[in-house]
Structures are given as C-alpha cells and as structure tokens.
Write a protein that binds this ligand. Structure first.
Ligand code: NI
Length: 145
C-alpha cells in the first residue's frame, strides 16, 4: 500500500569548507536546532519563500508594518482609503498607539506577490509614513514541512 504522505526523506551529502561547516554547526546550536538537517531545511524554506515572491503571480502571505504620526494631516485618512481599496487582500489589521504621536499599524496580507508589493509600496510611500516594511512569508500550501 502506498504511503499516505508523498513526503519521504532525501539524503545527500554536501561539501563545505571546514570553517563554513564549523560556523554552521555553531549557528545550529546557538539557534537551538536539534540537528544540522533541521537548520538547513529551514534555510532552504526561507530561500524558497524569498525566491517565489519574485514571481508576480505567486500567491503569498505577509505583513506590512507602518509607523506614522497620526497628528500629521490626512495620513490616517489616506491609509484607510488605500486599505479599503484593497480589502480583499488585507485580511487583518492591528493598530497600536505607541505614544502620544506615533502609531504602528500591522496589516496581514494574502494575495498575488505583485499586488502585495504594489500595496506595500503605496502605503509606505504615503505622505506622513515615517517607516514601513513588507515582510513576506508563504501561504504554506506549497511549502513542505
Ligand atoms: Ni494610534
């Protein structure tokens, strides 16, 4: 009978310069991985996520972090307008009043990579936004564990 999971384990050996291997070993321990294979698998997944977001049609998930002063004229209204224009892609928001002036807004997004990049650019470039950052992850569908 065929196994329920299509995921087997591929074993292969790789050659690394001694010092690079030593630093990999050190990092594996410092980060708390049980073994090198787990650490390397995480690195591969991180690179896959990075690589795939370059394809415009790839479905991705992510967060957009925005920092702005809500006293600056129109910034809040402008950001809300942009968010309403893309309500199908922005799936959740969190607003934190950091102090009297500064607000931090976190937007969870899911959609085509090109669309998400465009929305992030538009929000980050909006007048009054002091800092913004798009962090991309996978939707998880095509990323093996
Ligand atoms: Ni606020």
């Amino acid at each position: 009978m065929k196994s329920k999971s299509a995921q087997g384990v591929a074993r292969f050996s790789i050659s690394l310069p001694n010092e690079l291997a030593a630093q990999l070993e050190r990092m594996t321990q410092e980060k708390g991985y049980d073994n090198r294979s787990l650490a390397i698998a995480d690195m591969v997944r991180a690179h896959l996520v990075e690589h795939r977001q370059k394809y415009d049609d790839q479905e991705i998930a992510g967060t957009i972090t925005l920092l702005y002063d809500h006293h600056k004229q129109h910034v809040q209204a402008a950001l809300t307008d942009i968010q309403h224009d893309h309500h199908n892609v922005i799936i959740a928001t969190l607003h934190v009043h950091l102090d009297h002036h500064n607000c931090m807004e976190l937007l969870a997004v899911r959609g085509k990579a090109a669309v998400i990049r465009r929305i992030a650019d538009e929000l980050i470039a909006a007048k009054g936004v002091k800092h913004g950052k798009l962090t991309v992850t996978s939707t998880g569908k095509d990323l093996p564990s």
